[in-house]
Every structure is written in C-alpha cells, then in structure tokens.
Design a protein around this ligand. Structure first.
Ligand code: NDP
Length: 325
C-alpha cells in the first residue's frame, strides 16, 4: 500500500516576518497555507533582542516575542505551522504544474503554489569570543541594534557597502566608530568610501582584523591585530558590528530558480514572481538591499497576493478548458 502524498494549496518555506505575513494573507484568502519553519523558527529576529523599528510597537518589542505574535496571527486564520526543514524541491516548469518539496529528508509534499521566504544568514567571523557575545553586544545589524549604543564607542568589521553604510549610520548615533578593514583598501563604492573617510568620528583601520572580543557577559573591549605588522591593540567598546556580508538560503533551489551571482533569488519587476510559474519569493532571500523586518513583511504580503492571483488565473483557464472540451 502506498501512502497518499499530501497536496497543499500554498506552501510557505521559512518562518520569518516574510513567511508569516505571507501566511496571514494566504490564510485569509482561503489558500490554507502550510508553513515549514526551518531550523530557526521565527528566523533572524529570534536572535535579536529588542526590535524598536517595526511600526505598531511604540515601546519596542522583543524579537522572539514579535515572532510568536506573528505566528499566532497566522494561526488565527488557519495557517498550519509545522516544525520542519525543506531539504529538497522539484519545481514544475508548467503553468498549473504541481511542485514537490521534501521535508527533513523524509516526507514529500505537493504544492500548487510555493512561497519561498528562507531568508539570508549573516556571516560571522567565527571566533569563539564573538559567538559567545552574540546578543551581548555583538550584532550583525547596525540599523536594528545601533540605537542601544547611543553616545558609546563601538567597532564595525568589513569594508563593503554594508559596512560603509552601517559605519556612517553608527557614527550619527555613537561617540566613536572604529572600522576594521582586513585589506589595504575598501571594497565599497567610491561614494561610500568618501562618506566614511569624511566622517570625523570614524577611525578607519586598514589591514586590521579582530583578534579577540573582550568581555564575559557583554562586550567590554576589542583586541585588534594589524595583519601586516602583527601589532596588537586593545580598545574599549560596548558594541561590535559584523558587516562582512550575508548568505541567502537558496542552496536547495540551485539549478531550478534564477539567482544572481551571490545566490539571491531573482524576482520579476516589482512582483515576487520567480522564473517558474506558481513559485514566489519574499523577504531577504530576494533582497540584499533593505533587509528589514518591515520590508520582508511587505514582500510576504505581495507574495501571497501574487500566489492568489496566479491560482485564480489557473482555475479560470481550467474552467475554460472544461467548457470548450
Ligand atoms: P560584500 O561581500 O560586498 O563585502 C564584504 C566585506 O567584508 C568585504 O570588505 C570583505 O573584505 C569583508 N570580509 C569578508 N569576510 C571577512 C572576514 N572574515 N574578516 C574581515 N572582513 C571580511 O558584502 P556587503 O554586505 O557589504 O554587500 C553585499 C552586496 O550588497 C554588494 O553587492 C553591495 O554593493 C550591495 N549593497 C549595496 C548597498 C547600496 O548600494 N546602498 C548597501 C549595502 C549593500 P575583502 O574586501 O577583503 O574581501
């Protein structure tokens, strides 16, 4: 006897603000969404402490608490939230085709539409002291956490556009920003480099890397090393921002969905449509530019609307075929 494969109308992969917002809209449109949460239910926000910039929370909200709110809101309209990791997909190329997804390397499900909200993962240096102090002063998002270091001294690692942008953002809030660039030049655009070098309270250090983050419970300082001279220096800081890039979580879609050179999913125009019919992408997995909870939530809403319109077009085509046959 073979087990019947479950058929889902709207499969949502990933449970950050994009996934849950897509679920709220899809559930309210009677698309009976099923979310597979992934390894980190709630997504990147569960590793943040306070979220102060999501509209609607005048006193801020704890990241994990906000994700529970979003989950409950999605469940209120009938979303099925399942703990599980989608480990493989077989996406159909045909309009109206059925997509397949494998959960936890074990169970296959079928889906009429798929919304991919698998997010992106911030890269870290990998030092034990850095990992220990994540959430205790080490952050990968200056826009999210910079405010907590108002008038304090902080450091930022990286020499790309993100690091340059975040360094100037932090310089507006903090007393001093020490910027560590590992090479002898920055990768950021000339305009961004100019902004950094013309900001008085950014202390730019080339050929400099983190040797050790200091502090037991919270960041108290940073030992830096000049990778040319080997010279070490310790500075007092309360916050360390890592801005060395993100990695979109798109491994399982390689060879099936169009991606840019960095692995971000490509969506068509202002929509969330991927190159395959019935497959949509929302949140950080398709956005290397803004990467905010609110922008992710916005594209989650768009993905559900795009999926709903897609299904109604397919249903109309099928009805037409039945009448003409
Ligand atoms: P990038 O990959 O462009 O830059 C990463 C930076 O981190 C580089 O300076 C790199 O150094 C450094 N780095 C990497 N690993 C380490 C490490 N282990 N230790 C120390 N330093 C390290 O990432 P971004 O996030 O900056 O940008 C991603 C993309 O998004 C880019 O295309 C960028 O242009 C774009 N973007 C555009 C913005 C805008 O236009 N406003 C804003 C933000 C991003 P090295 O150079 O030596 O490799």
């Amino acid at each position: 006897m073979t087990d019947k494969i479950e058929r889902i109308k709207c499969l949502i992969i990933g449970s950050g603000p994009a996934g849950y917002t897509a679920a709220i809209y899809a559930a309210r449109a009677d698309m009976h969404p099923v979310i597979y949460t992934g390894m980190e239910p709630g997504g990147q926000l569960t590793t943040t402490t306070e979220v102060d910039n999501f509209p609607g929370y005048p006193n801020g909200i704890d990241g994990p608490a906000m994700m529970i709110d979003l989950q409950q809101q999605a469940e209120r309209f009938g979303t099925k939230v399942r703990i599980g990791m989608v480990t493989d997909v077989e996406l159909s190329k045909e309009p109206g085709g059925i997509h397949k997804a494998c959960v936890d390397n074990a169970t296959w499900v079928e889906a009429e539409t798929v919304i991919i909200s698998t997010g992106a993962t911030a890269k870290y240096l990998g030092l034990p002291s850095e990992q220990r102090l994540r959430g205790g002063g080490v952050s990968a998002c200056a826009v999210c956490d910079g405010f907590f270091y108002k008038n304090q001294e902080v450091a930022i690692v990286g020499g790309g556009d993100t690091a340059a942008e975040e360094a100037t953002y932090l310089a507006n809030i903090c007393k001093k920003v020490t910027m560590l660039v590992r090479g002898d030049e920055m990768r950021a655009s000339k305009a961004m480099q100019h902004r950094v070098t013309s900001t008085k309270n950014i202390d730019l250090r080339y050929n400099t890397q983190v040797d050790e983050v200091l502090g037991e419970q919270v960041v108290e300082g940073l030992r830096m090393v000049n990778n040319k001279s080997g010279e070490k220096e310790t500075i007092e800081i309360t916050g360390l921002f890592i801005a060395i890039g993100h990695k979109p979580n798109t491994e399982i879609f390689k060879g099936q969905l169009d991606m840019d050179s960095m692995g971000y999913l490509i969506t068509k125009g202002k929509s969330t449509k991927t190159n395959l019919p019935g497959v949509f992408a929302s949140g950080d997995v398709q956005d290397k530019e803004y990467r905010q909870a609110i922008t992710a939530a916005g594209t989650g809403c768009m993905a559900a609307l795009d999926a709903e319109r897609y299904l109604s077009t397919i249903e109309k085509t099928e009805e037409k075929e039945v009448t003409t046959n």
